[in-house]
Ligand binder design. Sequence first.
Ligand code: NAI
Ligand code: 2OP
Length: 310
Amino acid sequence: MARVTVFGAGNVGATCAHVLAQRDMCDVTMIDVVEGMPQGKALDMRQSGPLQDFGVEVAGSNDYAACAVSDVIVVTAGLARKPGMDRMELLQKNVGIVAGISKAIREHAPKSVIVMVTNPLDVMAFVAKKVTGFPRERVVGMAGVLDSARFRAFIAMELGMSVVDVSAMVLGGHGDSMVPLPRYATVNGVPITELMDAAAIARLSDRTRKGGAEIVNLLKTGSAYYAPGTSAAQMCEAILKNRRHLLPCSVELNGEYGLRDVFCGVPVVLGHGGMQKVVELKLSAAELAELGKSAEGVRKGQEEVRPFLT
Ligand code: NAI
Ligand code: 2OP
């Protein structure tokens, strides 16, 4: 049985672990610094197995070494956004946590694929890649799957149509400069440009860019977790089952889209081994400029954390 380890058994980590368990496709280990908490949540999830028809093993630990023998490692450990707090403000706090976890992954699970979730997500993926020394294929960041799901939900809500039929893609870094691509959004193959006017599309794109903050402002004590946890689980499933889904993920670019040595959300084929291929869409000059601007924000964050990594 494959195994996924989730670092951080808080809101996002526990949701991800529970979704994975419910899909009955891998054993799951949650690791957290809070004594007893990952163990308690693991026991609770196992007790939902008889009711939800799953029998995989779910375990909790406070020992980083428990990530050994994992195929995929999801990193959600760290601080979450509070109202009025920018993702970049989390940077200083979360870099030490993610670097420590990355060292443990390098030591105990050197063949795993890392799915980075901790914010600021693109910069933390850079930290994990630098510290582990893993090839770029094995360090992928989760944000585009979530941002695209938000865009899909908003489109379905606006049109009063099934969200299952809506397909959409959001690229760029996970921040206010992310790049929704409405011309690639469809409802059962019908472009949304045929179904709503430009003003509505602009409104939904803007709501998507601010989708995380909208929930932070409502919750007041933390940030979103149902859709983020499920998005990370979706990526684990694509990797474990070699589903080769075309998904927007944050990966280190190597000249694609005219960008190099920077993590940025782009469409990739996700399957065994992690990122199998970066797919280069023919973006318009304006879309390319937006993507470049978004990536430059991430590059700035990468330069800020670089001194902490030597
Ligand atoms: P949370 O506060 O509920 O959970 C974080 C957990 O990390 C806590 O249980 C805490 O004890 C644990 N932790 C802290 N330091 C640790 C360490 N050194 N080792 C192991 N565990 C440690 O926060 P939540 O809501 O689960 O968010 C987690 C992270 O995910 C945040 O940075 C948040 O901003 C980010 N996030 C990213 C999203 C994305 O799209 N990439 C979406 C939603 C959240
Ligand atoms: C989100 O987008 C806060 O990054 C987190 O919900």
